[in-house]
Design a protein around this ligand. Sequence first.
Ligand code: FA5
Length: 332
Amino acid sequence: MIEEISRIEAEALRRVDEVAAIDDLRLLESDLVGKRSPLAEVKRAMGRLDEGQRAAVGRRLNAAQRAVSDRLSARRAELEAVVLLGRLEAERLDLTEVRSGRDAGHLHLVTQVIEELEDTFVGLGFTVAEGPEVEDDWHNFTALNFAEHHPARDMQDTFFVDLGRPREVLLRTHTSPVQVRVMEKRPPPIYSVMPGRVYRNEATDATHLAVFHQLECLVVDRGITFGHLAGTIDMFTKAFFGEGFSSRLRPSYFPFTEPSAEFDIQRPDGSWLELGGSGMVHPNVLANCGIDPEEWSGFAFGFGLDRLAATRHGVGDLRELMSTDVRILSQF
Ligand code: FA5
């Protein structure tokens, strides 16, 4: 009987090795280890043996069953690997094709502007700071001296987030809350710029987006005056745009600066581009951030980056900056 088992085992192993497809292996498996397999027949026949013989045959039978199942598992793994390789090969995407060509892609126009402005300001001795896009009322409004029910809060139409108390959590409407975060975190002197995405609940048109970008500049030090503000704006204008450009300030109102001014830049052809808002940091804002307004003073300005990028590249409609159309994107 032991010889019979050896013969069945050798035959079974040979058949496993010969199988070439995973489905055939499944069929073979039930032939070799199923209830009607030759080894199962042997097991049934063992009942007729006496006890001494039965132990020896039983050990041999177990070894044969294990050898056959081990060979089945090994062959299954081999065949599954072949199937997987075939599938990977069939579904392969050659991504290098996209990367190596002339149309290899580039940074978005606004990202290019942000990186250039950061370089310009870092060159002037500023650090770069960031803040969250989901803000709270304190940083976006209250710390910036927007009175609770003052209409100034409606200057910037706000997207509120359904979280916490009503109107407590919102998508920041400007980058000015990052000023507050910077002042809360570290003591003056502060020379920082803060670029980022902002959100306003506005109808979009050629000059307005609901999601756009600003860059904020904040300086807090001893003896800072309006002259430093005007001088810094003019210096950055020339460093970023070139010597042919200049800037001007016009009186305006923001709750967080006093006095406040809008600022424009003049192109070499004499035309003006309205860029952003500015002013001396309001003493209430300094105090709200734990800075003594008797000892320190500062200026801040903030401007729109999308209008800047669009003007520079002659894009007439800001909405085109949001386009995913390759015919538009590949022009820049
Ligand atoms: C502000 O957001 C102030 N935080 C700016 C500021 C900073 C003032 C520091 C004083 C001190 P304003 O809402 O005017 O100000 O927006 C500033 C600039 O963002 C605008 O001049 C414009 O360039 C850009 N901007 C405003 N709304 C939109 C919009 N819907 N789409 C695209 N750009 C916009």
